[in-house]
Design a protein around this ligand. Structure first.
Ligand code: HQG
Length: 175
């Protein structure tokens, strides 16, 4: 990944997930930003080509372009309240949450909380969860009995990029 792509990706994540007001941008209730406006207000140099390249090359498919091509939003990871329009669906038998060893005591006490984000993030495979956990320290992967939770009325969502989302996971569901 070249430097401008990585920097632009980080900038877009920050603006579209956490702080659109940092550049005076407004998102609509579904989290979409007008691409022209975003480019005009961005405080780093972004061209249309660069923006499309970031979207196309994002390893985690972090961003989506609207069908009319005019808007962009983050697929998941928001701390601001946005309505992604996701419907609860049946998850696989198990999903994985990657975290760091240093959080375990608190997690066992309080359950998994979304912390600064809108949802707790889960992965369908252990490898991804390990990488997610590594961002915070020595990784630990928790196996979540997703299908059983779903059968007991807990709502699971899947973002457009495949990441699984849930509001919270009470401690008694954890291994
Ligand atoms: C932990 C990245 C103490 C939780 C990734 C996690 C993901 C608790 C941390 C996406 C806790 C929050 C999200 C409790 C949860 N006590 N710690 N009760 N409950 N935690 O970054 O899941 O590359 O907000 O285990 O790949 O690490 O940015 O969430 O360790 O998909 O696209 O609190 O962000 O994607 O950390 O990562 P985060 P996450 P991008």
């Amino acid at each position: 990944m070249t430097r401008p792509i990585r920097e632009t990706s980080k900038f877009l994540s920050y603006i579209l997930r956490h702080k659109p007001d940092a550049i005076g941008l407004s998102l609509d209730p579904e989290g979409w930003a007008n691409i022209e406006e975003l480019i005009a207000k961005a405080d780093i140099p972004i061209t249309h080509d660069l923006l499309y390249e970031v979207v196309a090359t994002s390893d985690k498919k972090r961003f989506a372009i609207s069908d009319d091509g005019l808007s962009i939003r983050a697929n998941q990871g928001h701390s601001i309240q946005v309505n992604l329009g996701l419907e609860a669906i049946e998850p696989p038998e198990v999903l994985y949450h990657g975290t760091a060893e240093r959080f375990l005591e608190s997690i066992r006490e309080q359950g998994l909380l979304p912390q600064n984000r809108q949802y707790v993030h889960l992965s369908a495979d252990k490898e991804t969860a390990t990488k997610v956990g590594q961002r915070h320290g020595k990784p630990v992967v928790l196996t979540i009995p997703a299908l059983k939770m779903h059968q007991q009325g807990h709502n699971f969502f899947q973002a457009q990029n495949g990441v699984w989302l849930i509001q919270t996971i009470e401690a008694h569901w954890l291994p």
